[in-house]
Design a protein around this ligand. Sequence first.
Ligand code: NI
Length: 170
Amino acid sequence: MALLQILHYPDPRLHQVAAPVTRVDDKIRKLIKDMAETMYAAPGIGLAATQVNVHQRVLVIDISETHDQLQVFINPEIIRAEGEEECEEGCLSVPGIYEKVTRAAKVTVKALDEQGRERILEADGLMAVCIQHEMDHLVGRVFVEKLSRLKQQRITAKLTKLTKQQRQAL
Ligand code: NI
């Protein structure tokens, strides 16, 4: 297993659209293991392959406090969405920023697991938020793009400055 580097907003690679996985093989399973390790180490509750610069439709999520309930979604598709809920979100690609975002309150998602088996999951609460947030990454969307233009500009300025400081520190 290996820790992967997480891209930080406003890195343009975060806007790349991921391609569907055509075969769930050992290479994909290795990616999933590395993504899970990277997510737990961060620490975070969800990670999309796009965030580690792999542009394939793969997500890992674990909202448990014990970090032993890993959920894998390959080629996820929302087949039903209901209601609306506002929730404060953060993102491993946008460190230190937490903002309220409105999304569907309940979703039904169809995906493949790491064995290539089809699974259908009904989710609400934090799990529903997380699935929608991570699926946005796969189409090149970062949650801050749902905020006002002014807020986006502030966040971009703050994170660009942060990246420069990190470069100077190296
Ligand atoms: Ni994110």
